[in-house]
Write a protein that binds this ligand. Structure first.
Ligand code: MG
Ligand code: ZN
Length: 375
């Protein structure tokens, strides 16, 4: 009897919530002249459903993941393999194509395909990239560069110097300044309108109309469980402040890069701390989107890493009886590589409702592109 009374109230609450969110979804994509449309795409590299779930068992309080009204599942395979790598995975989002593993912004025939970031930049949008890996790594690289192989990080760095990206924060200064060809691109970055900071994301911005590029480690940033600060949330916030300052539309990609690295290491603590860190950055993005009112936030993953699961702990009790303790979770792995399990897609804001259901990873690109009014 009791539950019968509770269910309708819960349902009404849920419907009410979705109506509140739905109001912004019903607005035309760029139909509110006083509020530019923005896109925030957040990629948890290697973040499958178990990784996401870990935030609910190992974090404090309700994760930001819970704030999304629309949930979908994405099929991640590349064109060459059942299991994608991060390059083909990110190229599916940035270019909207299934391509071969290791491709950065290129099709199966190794010709460059224009990325959504490049297309939006051409029509006057501000653009930004934030990652906890080197900024030249497969995921961020696939949004601004074109390379036949992800290992070409020096070439990807060179292309970033000549790109139109308006805000950059991550690691990887060695790919710009400590190169095998002995070219130091720090002066070129300045010549192309960037302000280079290799010290801290906290440095107050004094660059005016110039473009910030924070490169805060030689390669990837320090893992969260080894002492990385609040870089990801602070860089996300700084990117939002910077990109929205001019009142123009912006596209921001934020990557929680190292969820994947924890998975490859089969290190549960590494994975979980990276997921919690990513979730915090998502909170900052959602706060911005909720206040701004015309911002689509899409959180997803390129693939799952590690065959991660939160298994019950097997114990031996009295009289050597073996049993599974359902109150003790042991983060476990089934592989040192990736898996092809579907990954979550969480969406908030205009057109979010189009990302409910089960679809190919390329569909995320298609929905974002359509939301932006691109053909
Ligand atoms: Mg990555
Ligand atoms: Zn990986």
């Amino acid at each position: 009897m009791k539950t019968k009374k509770i269910v309708p109230i819960l349902l009404m609450a849920l419907i009410g919530t979705s109506r509140v969110f739905g109001q912004s979804a019903l607005k035309p994509a760029s139909g509110s002249p006083e509020k530019p449309l923005n896109i925030i795409m957040m990629i948890g590299d290697g973040m499958g459903l178990s990784q996401l779930s870990s935030a609910y068992y190992f974090g404090d309080g309700e994760p930001s993941f819970s704030r999304f009204p629309v949930i979908g599942l994405s099929k991640t395979n590349s064109s060459t393999h059942k299991i994608t790598d991060s390059a083909a995975g990110a190229t599916a989002f940035s270019c909207g194509i299934k391509t071969y593993n290791n491709s950065i912004g290129m099709g199966l025939d190794s010709t460059a395909v224009k990325t959504i970031l490049e297309e939006l930049s051409e029509i006057g949008w501000n653009t930004g990239i934030v990652s906890t890996s080197s900024i030249t790594h497969a995921t961020p690289g696939s949004f601004f560069a074109h390379a036949a192989d992800r290992s070409m990080e020096e070439e990807i760095a060179r292309q970033l110097v000549y790109s139109d990206v308006d805000f950059i924060a991550g690691g990887g200064y060695k790919w710009f300044m400590n190169r095998t060809d002995s070219i130091d691109y720090s002066d070129s970055l300045v010549a192309h309108g960037f302000v280079l900071d290799t010290n801290s994301i906290k440095t107050p911005w004094k660059g005016g109309n110039k473009r910030p590029i924070y490169l805060l480690a030689a390669d990837g940033l320090t893992p969260k469980h080894k002492g990385r600060d609040e870089f990801l949330t602070e860089a996300t916030q700084k990117a939002l402040d910077h990109l929205s300052a001019k009142g123009k539309s912006f596209f921001l990609m934020v990557e929680g890069s190292q969820i994947d690295w924890g998975g490859h290491n089969n290190d549960g603590e590494y994975v979980i701390q990276e997921v919690l860190d990513f979730d915090k950055a998502i909170g900052a993005a959602l706060d911005f989107a909720a206040a701004q009112g015309n911002t689509l936030v899409v959180v997803t993953a390129d693939h799952e890493t590690g065959g991660f699961t939160m298994a019950s702990e097997r114990k031996t009790g009295a009289f050597k009886r073996v049993y599974d303790d359902y109150d003790s979770i042991v983060p476990s792995f089934s592989t040192g590589g990736h898996s092809c399990t579907m990954v979550p897609v969480l969406s908030f804001g205009p057109k979010a409702e189009q990302l409910g259901g089960i679809f190919e990873n390329t569909q995320i690109h298609a929905v974002i592109k359509k939301a932006c009014g691109l053909k």
